[in-house]
Structure formats: structure tokens, C-alpha cells
Design a protein around this ligand. Structure first.
Ligand SMILES: C[S@@+](CC[C@H](N)C(=O)[O-])C[C@H]1O[C@@H](n2cnc3c(N)ncnc32)[C@H](O)[C@@H]1O
Length: 316
């Protein structure tokens, strides 16, 4: 695939789906299946997903038959993402053999004893937490490729107010400080770029507040414990993107071009980086994708935790 001339975040999220499908830790996923309470039509599981993007995790949890009877609330700050989720979910459901009912408020998917109602909302997480605290709670909180974007010690206690006692949290694809691009161009310069790129994550500010941590994965163990969450399972969920006999699968060449473009945007004009040399490096990485030679590996972790019942805070 030749280097794109423009970039779309919603296409990137769609292209990321097959990469995430391979990466997600199956052991942690199976632990989630075991930990979920039984459900019926009358007592559906209440699921909340934050930073849900275009809704690929909704599709995945249905695909995996993790959710049998559920009401799934999915929020994202970007209205374009929610609009795309609203567009693609009914199409996806129809293709997968669901009967789909779609009105302004909710999308209902029904198939052979499975019934899931999806409520999509474009809203910032912090506004949502303020609005919902004390109003209602959920059984399962999902955050997929999201936790590394927020200040976890400040945000996690507020998130826990949205979970019922004994409720589960499933935090997946949490970035953990390693980005590998192969083949090497110049090992010292490659390592320098990786270091600076991670530094941009550590320095990220949203509304003037620190937001993000390039080692979120390894730090989450302590953050969960400090917040009183009981850790049920954890495991790695590394992205490994490589060209197979037919080149990159699905839309993964686009995914790679988007990542290189993101690195370019993040580091353009950055101190300590020779601009011409960096632009040349970026062009070489795009060329490696066009030639089908780039291998991309990112270290990430998945977590399953439980909010203890009252009086049990911090027990393990
Ligand atoms: C890396 S994307 C992951 C999206 C989706 N979970 C996926 O993996 O396909 C992070 C998402 O979080 C959303 N986001 C970032 N900050 C947010 C906030 N404060 N409140 C709600 N959503 C937010 C972004 O709009 C984006 O869609």
C-alpha cells in the first residue's frame, strides 16, 4: 500500500481491530468469562465501556459470546467516533446474523438466545463520571486501548464509583513502554526516536492536567492495589504486525502508516531531534511499509480486576 495522502482516525481504529484481535490475552479473556455473573433476559449484565472509539470492542465481546444478555453503554469524547459506531454496528450485526433493531436511543442485537442492547453516547469521561456518580452503577467496566491516556491514580478512584461492589474491570491493551520497529535503520537513532516518542506520552497534558504514562502497564499493578481493586488476572497483549505471504493482512498497512504518521506529528519540532534526519527516517519507515518489510511490535498488558464488596477494601 502506498503512503496515504490523508489520515482518518476512524479508519485507523477499524484497521486496528485485526491487530487487537491477535494481541488480546486469551487467558485474561477466559478469566473474565469465568468471573461474569449468570444473566437472563430479565437481568442483563450492565456493561460500561469508556473511550469506546468506533465500537470494535462491542463487536468483539459479542463475537466471543462473552455477552449473552447485556445492556452495553459505550461512550467516547469524539462525536465522529460515536457516529461511526452508530453507522457500522447495525451493518456488522446484520452480517453476523443478528436481528438488529435501531432507533435514535439504542441498537438492539438478537441472535439465538443472545440479546444485547447498545447505548452510544458522545461525552467526555470526566463529565460522564460527574453526571453518573451516585446515580447508577455497572457490573463490568471496559477500557480498551484507553487507560494509558489518563492520569490513572486520579481517575481510577472516580471510575470505581461507577462499578457496583463486586463489579469487574477489564482494562486491555495498556501500553507498557516498548515500541519496536524492524529492520533497524540506525540502532542508536532508532532508540533515540523511541525514547523521545515515549517522552511525548509522559508529557501529555489534557486541560492543563498530566494525562498519560508511557509505562502505564507495569504501573497499573500498584495503582489497582492502591485503589483497593482485587487483581484477578493479567497478561501481555503485545501488538505484533508483520507481512505474511500475502503482505500485511486486512487494513494493517494503513494501521502502520497511521502509526508512523502519528510519530511524525508528535515529534515534529521536538527539541533534541535533527529535523532533516528525522524526516528522512520517517520517509524510510513509510517506504518499508510500502515494500512490505516493516515489522512493528508494541508491548502492552491486559488486566482483570474486581471491586471488593464494602469493608473488604485492599484485600487480596
Ligand atoms: C486509542 S483510542 C481507542 C478507541 C477504542 N477503544 C479502540 O481501541 O478502538 C482512545 C479513545 O479514547 C477517546 N478518549 C480520549 N479521552 C477521552 C475522554 N476524556 N473521554 C472519553 N473518551 C476519550 C478517544 O476519542 C479515542 O476514541
Amino acid at each position: 500500500m502506498t503512503k496515504p495522502t490523508d489520515y482518518s482516525f476512524t479508519r485507523y481504529l477499524a484497521a486496528k481491530k485485526s491487530v487487537d484481535d491477535r494481541a488480546l490475552n486469551r487467558h485474561v479473556g477466559e478469566s473474565l468469562r469465568q468471573a461474569l455473573r449468570p444473566t437472563t433476559m430479565e437481568t442483563p449484565l450492565q456493561v460500561l465501556e469508556i473511550g469506546a472509539g468506533i465500537g470494535t470492542m462491542i463487536e468483539r465481546t459479542l463475537d466471543w459470546n462473552l455477552l449473552i444478555h447485556a445492556t452495553y453503554t459505550a461512550i467516547d469524547a469524539e462525536s465522529d467516533n460515536i457516529a461511526e459506531a452508530r453507522r457500522r454496528l447495525p451493518d456488522w450485526g446484520n452480517k453476523e446474523g443478528f436481528a438488529v433493531t435501531d432507533d435514535e436511543q439504542r441498537i438492539r442485537l438478537q441472535r439465538e438466545g443472545q440479546e444485547v442492547t447498545v447505548i452510544l453516547e458522545a461525552i467526555d469521561l470526566f463529565d460522564f463520571m460527574t453526571r453518573e456518580r451516585g446515580q447508577r452503577t455497572w457490573d463490568l467496566l471496559i477500557a480498551h486501548a484507553f487507560v494509558d491516556l489518563v492520569d490513572v491514580p486520579a481517575t481510577l478512584p472516580r471510575l470505581l464509583f461507577l462499578l457496583r461492589p463486586g463489579g469487574l474491570l477489564y482494562f486491555t491493551i495498556v501500553f507498557d513502554g516498548v515500541t519496536i520497529l524492524q529492520p533497524d535503520i540506525n540502532p542508536a537513532f532508532d532508540a533515540h526516536i523511541e525514547r523521545l516518542y515515549h517522552q511525548t506520552m509522559d508529557e501529555r497534558l489534557v486541560n492543563g492536567r498530566p494525562s498519560g504514562d508511557s509505562q502505564s502497564g507495569r504501573h497499573l499493578f500498584q495503582h489497582l492495589q492502591a485503589a483497593g481493586v482485587k487483581l484477578l488476572d493479567a497478561g501481555s497483549s503485545d501488538w505484533v504486525v508483520f507481512p505474511g505471504p500475502q503482505g500485511y493482512p486486512a487494513d494493517e498497512a494503513y494501521f502502520l502508516h497511521f502509526i508512523i504518521h502519528t510519530m511524525h506529528t508528535a515529534l515534529t519540532g521536538y527539541p533534541d531531534l535533527d529535523e532533516d534526519r528525522f524526516n528522512h527516517w520517517i520517509a524510510r519507515r513509510h517506504a518499508q511499509i510500502e515494500q512490505g518489510s516493516l515489522v512493528f511490535i508494541v508491548h502492552q498488558l491486559d488486566f482483570l480486576g474486581r471491586k471488593p464488596p464494602p469493608g473488604n477494601r485492599g484485600s487480596r
